[in-house]
Design a protein around this ligand. Structure first.
Ligand code: CP
Length: 318
């Protein structure tokens, strides 16, 4: 592309705190950049983060988000430092989030933060001079997960507009659900939300998205009538750690299981997604079906996060 034809990179040096800050045009720019960065030869890709350091701070456990950011940074030729076990850092001695962020800001070029409190990433982004990426803030948001979810849908279905998407499980505490809905609100889609009444969507959190083109229907059961309509079934884990009362968790655990019986009743090409980790809500028996795309989804996580890092670290990455 000639320089004058290249879209402007609005993300250079910018924080990524909420997917609500991203328009459809922004998301499509990121998806295009993900395609282009993924297609680079390893030596070209390794120029995009050369000499730069990613600093991660995870106050909650993670497998995919932390490792995919680290792997993405390595693929760009950069390095990573961080805290993922608070017991081995001064967080254990009582050091505040604010001071931890200020220190990481001195040692790194971009910070990736996961924290159990809503608003933590916004707070941290105001303190850090370098860009800060939200890797999960309480039950509020997980914006890069939603970006990779949308990218996965686009790669699998070649479109997002016109799709019917079911989201099943813990819709109250699952932060990936909120970021996904905010992202999907940029498209013309039908959404079926399926959860037990005690885990239904927080209405106040989707007040804005309900005013958009997206149509939302709520159900308690994942019945045959809904299954036959779905192009995508996005399954979520019941977030045990966020229940104030463990007995309430016991009442709802194991409510839904997606298995071969579920697939028999669904469209032949339904795509089953999950941000993972999965518990018993998806049977291992369907892992090798063409419908199960949750491992592909996790693989796209590394590609999309590499593109995001390239965009925040470089004025004109590609
Ligand atoms: N999807 C996701 O956030 O996974 P981790 O908790 O393993 O990072």
């Amino acid at each position: 592309m000639k320089p004058r034809d290249m879209p402007t990179n609005h993300f250079f040096n910018q924080d990524i705190v909420s997917i609500k800050d991203f328009s459809r045009q922004d998301l499509e720019f990121i998806f295009g950049c993900t395609d282009r960065v993924s297609a680079l030869r390893p030596n070209e890709k390794a120029e995009l983060g050369k000499g730069r350091t990613l600093g991660y701070i995870f106050y909650e456990p993670s497998t995919r988000t932390r490792m995919s950011f680290e792997a993405a940074m390595a693929s760009l030729g950069g390095s990573s430092i961080g805290i993922f076990d608070s017991k081995s850092s001064s967080v254990e001695k009582g050091e505040s989030l604010a001071d931890t962020i200020r220190i990481m800001d001195l040692y790194s070029d971009v910070i990736v933060l996961r924290h159990p409190l809503d608003g933590s990433s916004r707070f941290a982004a105001e303190l850090s001079k370098n860009p800060l990426i939200n890797a999960g803030s309480g039950s509020e948001e997980h914006p890069t997960q939603a970006m990779l979810d949308l990218y996965t849908i686009l790669k699998e279905k070649n479109k997002i507009d016109g799709l019917t998407i079911g989201i099943v499980g813990d819709l109250k505490y699952g932060r990936t659900v909120y970021s996904l809905l905010y992202g999907l609100a940029n498209y013309n889609v039908n959404i079926h939300l399926i959860s037990p009444p005690t885990l239904s969507i927080r209405k106040e959190s989707i007040y804005d998205v309900e005013k958009k083109e997206m149509k939302i229907f709520e159900h308690e059961e994942l019945d045959d009538n809904i299954l036959t309509k779905l192009d995508v079934l996005y399954v979520t884990r019941i977030q045990k750690e966020r229940f104030p009362d463990p007995q309430e968790y016991e009442k709802v655990k194991g409510t839904y299981t997606v298995d071969s019986n579920t697939l028999r009743k669904a469209k032949p090409d339904v795509s089953v997604m999950h941000p993972m980790p999965r518990m018993q809500e998806i049977s291992h028996s369907i892992d090798n079906t063409k419908n199960a795309i949750y491992f592909k989804q996790a693989a796209f996580g590394k590609e999309l996060r590499a593109a995001l890092l390239a965009l925040v670290l470089n004025e004109n990455p590609i």
